[in-house]
Design a protein around this ligand. Structure first.
Ligand SMILES: [Fe+2]
Length: 317
């Protein structure tokens, strides 16, 4: 290993070794640094294989390494090609998309939002929805990817899909509005870990109290995105801000009440809630009526009633 003299913390992105290994083909040969006693040390591969070195680090209980920002951008461009390529199989597109979300999480939370990151998120959403729309039905798509993709990833795509179908029920619905809503679905939990998702599920199911970090995650994302209003729309920001709020004021982070929810946020929230319950009952679509009732118990009021009415129409079609 060669020690770096300069402190490179401004140019380096912390990334989980597991994610580098998943994308070993793309990451092959890039500069990898480890943090030892507060100093970044560049790995020297010598004659060893990239993946073998990373696995050795994992054996030493190291979970994260650092890569150059410029390499991360290059990888994002490569992933963009994979998910948009006509020659990639659906499985490869979906798995690459899911893995790349993890890389995007690291990039966005450490470097802030960029046009490239937004473009990649839009591509991932568009291509995943494209695969879903070409499937004979929703359940077939779920069956195909249930075991190969994470629950969180499937939930974000399914929420986009359902929200778009609900938006189509409204006269003001348009493609740009749907795209802004889908982007909210891709970004709203970008700063959460697997453990955070488990805690959120426990909160939704059993009312288990949440940590301050989770309670503030939507406010933190807004802070991160608001400085780039040129690339993230106000509609997307409002949805993200309100996605864990409840009309009775018991939600978080602000505890806002009924009249403050706009129509688009209400649509997004009931979509997300419907998908949450559908996942919890192991995608048993036969339970859709019980799920609708459960969602309606909490999400009522002017704009929520309209969103629920449209959701019922979509689900019963
Ligand atoms: Fe969230």
């Amino acid at each position: 290993m060669n020690e770096n003299e300069a402190n490179k913390s401004d140019e380096l992105i912390k990334i989980k070794i597991a994610h580098l290994i998943k994308f070993a083909q793309n990451f092959q040969g890039i500069e990898v640094h480890v943090l030892i006693s507060g100093k970044f040390v560049k790995m020297n591969y010598g004659s060893e294989q990239f993946v073998d070195i990373l696995k050795k680090l994992q054996e030493k209980k190291l979970e994260e390494v650092y890569i150059n920002q410029v390499d991360c951008k290059r990888i994002m461009a490569e992933i963009q090609q994979i998910v948009s390529s006509k020659t990639s199989t659906d499985q490869i597109k979906m798995q690459s998309s899911e893995n790349s979300i993890e890389i995007l999480k690291a990039f966005i939370t450490q470097m802030g939002i960029t046009k490239e990151a937004i473009d990649l998120l839009n591509s991932i959403n568009k291509n995943s929805l494209g695969i879903l729309q070409q499937s004979p039905n929703l359940m077939e798509w779920i069956k195909r990817f249930k075991t190969s993709c994470s629950e969180e990833f499937l939930k974000s795509i399914l929420t986009s899909y359902l929200a778009c179908r609900i938006i189509d029920q409204f006269p003001w619905g348009s493609q740009p509005i749907k795209e802004k809503t889908c982007l909210a679905s891709m970004l709203c939990d970008i700063n959460l870990s697997k453990d955070d998702f488990a805690a959120l599920n426990d909160y939704e199911e059993n009312g288990t109290p949440l940590s301050d970090k989770i309670k503030q995650h939507s406010a933190e994302i807004i802070k991160l995105l608001s400085i780039r209003k040129d690339i993230v729309s106000s509609e997307t920001l409002v949805i993200i801000e309100q996605h864990h709020e409840r009309p009775d004021g018991s939600g978080f982070p602000f505890g806002i009440q009924g009249p403050r929810f706009n129509q688009l946020s209400s649509i997004f929230i009931v979509s997300q809630q419907f998908i949450h319950h559908l996942v919890r009952c192991n995608f048993d679509y036969q339970q859709r009526r019980a799920i609708l009732e459960r969602v309606y118990e909490v999400y009522r009021g002017k704009n929520f009633d309209k969103a629920m009415g449209a959701l019922v129409s979509v689900v019963n079609k």
